[in-house]
Design a protein around this ligand. Structure first.
Ligand SMILES: [Fe+2]
Length: 199
């Protein structure tokens, strides 16, 4: 053997932050469910406020405890950048958020959150049957012949009621079709960014 040294260098980790929020989750969930039921009346079920700015603004305007939620998201984002070595927020961060309700068979295909630094979701309602959120390793679409363990290329997180997850906006994630459950899966998702990119 003519190898005089071996050094293994594992690099490129990804940061996730999970916080538990102490908010009136049920009140927030019921308001969001009622809002989307009303919006969907006489139409196909619409599981999110995201696709209409006008509807999202109406949902946000009366969202119970919205000030506390926004404060918690901003605090969480500050923790995220601090703990992950990113630059702190010098001016007010940009924050945009929307509500989603997953009934049986509802799903969300693979996507990222462009034009943002951090993506995240707060779960005011999640039960045992609620679908997890599944994150893909950033190399998962490029591995070709690589034989890295499949389990290392995916990270599924089953949220508990009150959980709030944050991750880099460029991580691909999805929600597989929701199974039958006694209670809907309710999610409030957000984009958070440095304010200077949104003036
Ligand atoms: Fe998302």
């Amino acid at each position: 053997m003519s190898i005089s040294d071996i050094k293994h260098m594992g690099k490129f980790h990804v940061d996730f932050l999970r916080l538990v929020l102490d908010l009136p989750h049920e009140e927030i969930s019921q308001y969001t469910i009622d809002f989307l039921e009303e919006e969907s009346k006489g139409k196909e079920w619409s599981r999110t406020t995201y696709h209409s700015h006008e509807a999202n603004n109406r949902w946000m305007a009366n969202l119970p405890h919205k000030d506390k939620l926004e404060e918690d998201i901003l605090t969480a984002a500050k923790e995220f950048v601090k703990r992950s070595g990113r630059k702190e927020f010098k001016e007010d961060p940009f924050l945009f958020y929307w509500g989603s309700v997953y009934k049986e068979h509802d799903q969300h295909g693979a996507h990222t959150h462009p034009q943002s630094l951090i993506a995240g979701t707060y779960y005011p309602q999640s039960v045992a049957e609620s679908e997890s959120i599944t994150f893909e390793a950033p190399w998962s679409s490029h591995i070709m012949h690589d034989t890295l363990p499949f389990s290392d290329s995916m990270f599924s997180y089953h949220p508990n009621t009150g959980d709030c997850m944050l991750w880099p906006s460029w991580i691909t994630h999805r929600v597989h079709p929701q199974k039958k459950a006694d209670k809907h899966r309710v999610a409030i998702s957000f984009n958070l960014d440095y304010g200077r990119y949104h003036q």
